[in-house]
Design a protein around this ligand. Structure first.
Ligand SMILES: [Zn+2]
Length: 210
């Protein structure tokens, strides 16, 4: 598995470029900004992008999606429960004082029953509402790797005070979906350093046994 993690934009969202070493097919997760840098990684590995996956419709995760689609022709995937948030990109841009990326079109709504593939790489979609209603994580069972969006961070969890957020739901999602994964699962959060499920199960203050 080719996997490069590139922090993009003013909020340093972790954009993942994940590719199959033999077929060179790839998916890009959360291309929030800095699309020229994302494309440089794609070109460096001679990858062909098949999917653009958005973990949730916050501007720092989705802001560059249309530019990446224009450059690669790959469809943009988002869970439909975040379509309302996606219509608020102008409002979100004002919150953090950046220019609006304009309208983002979704090609396909991804639901929990689906698998996302790039070559031989297969990711299960985990619907993890809480940070936003349509938040998803991608879990690669063979590689034991989780792309967590803003649901789980090293030592913390996603904020739930923005529109569509729910503390009760994120705690449910974390316990029911993420803590069900093996301890040696590598977790790539939406911001900040990489961690593991075991490390977070042990030391994350939000995941202590109730
Ligand atoms: Zn977010």
């Amino acid at each position: 598995m080719i996997h490069e993690i590139l922090p993009v934009g003013p909020l340093q969202c972790n954009c993942s470029v994940i590719g199959d070493e033999s077929t060179r097919e790839a998916m890009v997760i959360d291309p929030g900004d800095d699309i020229a840098d994302v494309l440089a990684i794609i070109n460096k590995h001679s990858l062909q992008v098949k999917q653009i996956v958005i973990t949730h419709a916050h501007i720092d995760h989705v802001g560059g999606a249309m530019r990446l689609r224009a450059a690669t022709g790959a469809p943009i995937l988002l869970n439909h429960n975040d379509y309302t948030l996606l219509k608020m990109l102008d409002v979100q841009a004002a919150w953090i004082g950046m220019a609006s990326p304009g309208k983002v079109e979704i090609d396909h709504s991804i639901a929990e029953t689906e698998k996302i593939e790039a070559g031989a790489l297969v990711a299960n979609v985990l619907h993890t509402p809480g940070h936003t209603e349509g938040s998803i994580c991608l879990y690669f069972p063979v590689q034991k790797k989780l792309i967590a969006g803003d649901t789980l961070f090293a030592g913390s969890i996603g904020r739930t005070d923005l529109p569509g957020g729910s503390f009760d739901k994120i705690i449910d999602s974390l316990h029911a979906k993420l803590l069900a994964l093996p301890d040696d699962t590598v977790v790539v959060p939406g911001h900040g350093p990489v961690t593991t499920i075991g490390e977070e199960r042990e030391s994350n203050p939000f995941l202590k046994k109730l």
